[in-house]
Design a protein around this ligand. Structure first.
Ligand code: HEC
Ligand code: HEC
Ligand code: HEC
Length: 468
């Protein structure tokens, strides 16, 4: 009986219709994917003559936009000529190298028209439908204004010396190295369209200053590349303030870039606008000193920003609400914490002895650091964040030189990689993260071991710069 029903005409018809629908859906999906893969996005500069692009004023503006975008930090390696590329960056599928963006015609971008340059910068498509990996922050650069793109082009074409240097191939293996796949990624994760100012008519909140700040942070500054958490496809989970995950803190390349929202403990809630400006301009303030991957952003970008632009950035960041649930009770500094205990008592706390002998000369027994030169550990975002990567990484490896105004900083966090064991580092950081009122969670020896391996240049499992 059942058999007979299976072959009933109705059932057959139903199956045929289902298969037909699936087939049509597959054909449509393939057609859309194919269309996306071969589509060349339009540029407002298509067909534009580039003769007017070499005025000194435009070039100067372009140089400034290149500073805002920190192009040099990715498109150079130490001791190389600027913008010749060669920096190794990791993607989840393997490594790629940044490219030569000097105006050399064969190995660089010398043959690019303004429209070609625009498509690479704002859409991630280089000439020949060559899709770029989003390690190049085009999801952020998509917001750049036409005028800034034109200025950047003028700068690269007329003020950067051409250098002949071949690009290095990456090591992403087949089939993932097929670049048309990136067209699909782009379709989902790269918005198109330049930054649109919010209505300046709303009194008090949306001002020209706020809009300029939003533009700088979301667009050229690509702050979210490090400070916004990423999803399963390594895409930033939010690209502007309409989503509370925007700039809410993220782990990348073995560093934790903390929240830039008004979270009191782990964000900028306790910072004034003036203190944010001071940090971005001089690399330090009473709360923190630049370290980790922020050093790149500071050394090559934020310190060169004009005062009015820094003001705009600070103003915009201070408008982003924190999240008390994520951030916890506001920290209460407990000054008398150690003083109240006899040494025989506090020396029993694991890590206390290491702190007193190795760290307190600089960071102070009271954990408050020394004016602006040595940052406090009491109340530092790195001590309060749930993620302990920054605490561990800076203790293992110290910091790279912060160079403000051409002058390298006199004080640096030393590397303790060779002095302290995994357990000693875990203990001293657990001590730091739970003293003076700090309530970051404990650090385990296995966390230290993992980062020690990943940040050891001799290891085969070393962290290279990721998408940021
Ligand atoms: C976070 C690192 C990073 C930053 C910052 C960055 N780039 Fe890139 N860029 C890359 C990477 C990586 C590639 C190569 C991507 C690939 O091969 O798929 C690239 C590719 C390019 C290309 C395409 C070049 C070619 O070979 O066709 C251009 C043009 C470019 N970048 C310009 C810029 C400019 C201008 C800036 C600053 C406004 C900038 N980039 C900032 C990482 C970066
Ligand atoms: C390459 C990654 C990267 C980029 C890009 C980046 N940051 Fe950071 N930032 C970090 C890391 C990592 C830290 C934590 C280390 C530190 O405090 O210096 C940090 C720290 C900070 C802090 C101090 C926070 C605190 O509580 O101590 C501020 C403020 C900041 N960044 C602002 C910015 C702004 C504004 C931009 C964009 C113009 C930006 N960052 C771009 C990685 C980055
Ligand atoms: C020679 C002085 C010196 C000593 C000793 C020292 N530090 Fe540091 N530390 C610094 C400086 C300076 C910075 C800021 C980054 C920079 O400019 O190098 C820093 C930054 C840090 C940070 C990041 C703070 C933040 O703003 O989030 C942590 C965590 C830290 N140190 C932990 C330690 C620990 C743990 C020890 C002992 C094992 C130690 N330091 C010993 C000078 C020192």
């Amino acid at each position: 009986m059942a058999k007979k029903r299976w072959f009933s005409k109705k059932r057959t018809l139903f199956l045929v219709v289902c298969l037909g629908v699936i087939l049509v859906a597959v054909i449509i999906a393939v057609a859309v994917a194919g269309w996306l893969a071969i589509r060349v996005p339009a540029s407002p500069f298509d067909g534009a003559a580039s003769a007017e692009t070499s005025s000194p004023k435009l070039i100067q503006r372009g140089e400034y936009v290149a500073r805002l975008g920190d192009c040099v930090a990715c498109h150079s390696i130490p001791n190389s000529r600027a913008f010749t590329g060669g920096l190794k960056m990791a993607t989840p599928l393997g490594s790629i190298y940044t490219t030569n963006i000097t105006p050399e015609r064969e190995t660089g971008i010398g043959a690019y028209s303004l429209a070609d340059f625009d498509r690479a910068l704002r859409h991630g498509v280089a000439p020949g439908r060559h899709r770029l990996y989003p390690a190049m922050p085009y999801p952020s650069f998509a917001k750049l204004s036409d005028d800034d793109v034109r200025a950047l082009y003028a700068y690269f074409m007329h003020a950067v010396p051409p250098v002949r240097q071949q690009n290095k191939p990456g090591n992403i293996s087949s089939p993932w190295n097929a670049r048309w796949l990136l067209a699909l990624w782009n379709a989902f994760f790269t918005p198109s369209g330049t930054y649109q100012p919010k209505d300046a008519a709303v009194p008090g909140r949306i001002s020209t200053l706020w809009n300029r700040g939003a533009y700088l942070v979301q667009g050229p500054g690509h702050c979210g590349g490090c400070h916004t958490p990423r999803g399963f496809a390594m895409h930033e989970l939010a690209l502007d303030e309409s989503d509370p995950r925007y700039l809410s803190g993220a782990l990348l390349d073995g560093w934790y870039a903390p929240s830039l929202r008004n979270d009191s403990n782990t964000g900028l809630g306790r910072w004034s606008e003036a203190e944010i400006i001071q940090f971005l301009k001089t690399g330090r303030n009473r709360h923190a000193v630049v370290f980790g991957s922020m050093t790149d952003a500071f050394n090559n970008s934020t310190q060169f920003m004009r005062d009015d632009d820094l003001k705009a950035i600070a103003h915009y960041l201070k408008s982003l609400p924190g999240d008390a649930e994520r951030d916890g009770e506001p920290l209460e500094y407990k000054a008398a914490w150690i003083a109240a205990m006899p040494p025989s008592e506090w020396l029993k706390i694991p890590g206390a002895q290491t702190f007193m002998t190795q760290c307190s000369a600089c960071h102070g027994q009271d954990g408050r650091g020394q004016s602006q030169w040595i940052p406090p550990l009491a109340g530092a975002a790195s001590s309060l964040a749930r993620e302990n990567a920054s605490s561990i990484n800076v203790t293992l490896n110290g910091s790279t030189r912060v160079v403000a105004d051409g002058i390298p900083s006199a004080y640096r966090m030393p590397a303790f990689r060779n002095q302290l064991s995994d357990q000693e580092i875990a203990d001293v950081l657990t001590f730091v993260r739970t003293s003076w009122g700090n309530e970051g969670c404990a650090v385990k020896a296995k966390d230290v071991r993992a980062l020690r391996e990943q940040t050891n240049p001799a290891s085969s499992n070393v962290i290279v710069l990721q998408m940021r």
